[in-house]
Design a protein around this ligand. Sequence first.
Ligand code: NA7
Length: 545
Amino acid sequence: MAGTSATHRAPPDYDVVVVGAGFAGLYQLRRLREEGLSVIALEAGSGMGGIWHWNCYPGARVDSHVPLYEYSDEAVWRDWYWEERFPDWRALRRYFEHVDSRWDLRRDIRFDTRLCGAEWEEAGRTWRLTTNAGDSLRARFLVLCTGFAAKAYVPELPGLGDFKRAWYHTAHWPHEGIDLTGLRVGVIGTGASGVQVVQEAAKVAAAVAVFQRTPIMALAMQQRALTRTGQDAAKARYPEIFRRRTETNSGFDYPGSGESALAVSEAERQATYERLWRDGGFSFWAGGYSDLLIDEQSNRTAYDFWRDKVRARIHDPVTAEALAPMEPPHPFGVKRPSLEQTYYDVFNQDNVTLVELTRAPLERITPTGVRTSGGGHHLDLLVLATGFDAVTGGLTGIDIRGSRGTSLGEHWHRGVRTHLGLASHGFPNLVYLYGPQSPSGFCNGPTCAEVQGDWVVELISHLAQRGMTRIEATAEAEQGWRDKVHGIASMTLFPRADSWYMGANIPGKPREMLNWPGGLQQYMAECRLVAEGGYRGFALDGKGV
Ligand code: NA7
């Protein structure tokens, strides 16, 4: 058992330490403070916004629309205005400054401070935390809000170390920016980040080589400029909009038809798909037929519609087949679709080349470019849009030692184990938001931050009010939740693709569903049941551990 010396029985420095100052962390800080608890937030970056503090690569922009992608607090939205329906990283950074001006958060955030280690001290029932700044502090509760994309994935590319020109992962883009004008740019990866970089680079670069392993099924963003008057008029409906987003399965405002794609005529289906396509954003993915991600035949109707829309924009038939194959590489929407504005059009430009790594595998990075079996590509800049050790990487990257001295990484070595996607056995007084086996990847971020966040605040307040100092998920509850997650996932098409949803984008990572696949409504019901049952599946105050 870790840390039992009498010196550790002193009262903790804080009731709660929150880690991360993105949507989830800032919400925790504000709400827990309101409950009268002493709270501090640690943030590795020098500013607020979480992923939006780091994301500044060319074209970085959110794929979720506003006002859905913001806090529901009227004090924040009343006098906040966006310029676009899908804001870019600059607008999102301004938004977080605005949030701070309304919630007065900064005074309780330690910036440039990364949590390096956390050790459970049983005697005092506290976490002892150490940071890169050399601080050591003790907290009763530890709330990790590190986000689903805190750990960038840089694949082992032979020769990368020899590359003499500049290379960057999208998540580590220099904050001063890079002017792409006239450069020969290579982009490895065609996920959401790769699509955005390619669109921007294609505008100004001398040459853009896009190295594709799996074609992305990108949807039409249908970006729109937003006016102040339009937003003022809409604000009367905001409370209703924010309420509705907690009543859907995706945390957005898509009504969902409840109908199978196969239950309607071909003409009706095509009309529905056209409408969803025109709506833009994730409508086509999350707002359509209910069996899209369950039934292969139904899924195929959506794929074919998507494929034909995309192919109609690409002049060269070989490129069209590579970007939108006649036969789907995997079912539609089981890898996260991204949103595009000009992605498919830029491949008609002379300065953009698609390199199919499945046909011409990457052999090595040379000092001046990338060599595939099909030939060499000279580059001035190589962009790794290769994604993240998503969902778990941000948590396992911190050396967290629980009551049995094991780390979270060790606990999850053979697969993730959580109760409600919020807590783990052997890690008392520790919760993580947006974590594995929670709705995270399948839910609009701010919705999840508030829904899960409120539950966590209630839990901690419940304990504090009763003078309880210890809570720990039981091993049985973890097993039950894991079985539920995997049981639901096995009824879906998600296991059919090697996605980050399945942990399958990282070599050696256990292949398993990493998100709660049962929809937000059932998740909320499960969380409610647990709380109403006196926090079922948790041992309170050390009883029953
Ligand atoms: P993603 O969606 O994980 O995309 C990563 C891309 O990088 C994807 O196309 C991968 O191909 C590709 N990749 C990864 N490793 C390699 C190697 N070794 N060689 C070639 N290509 C590779 O990350 P993003 O940053 O775009 O988006 C992450 C999330 O952020 C996104 O889902 C949104 O929620 C926002 P693959 O498909 O695996 O064949």
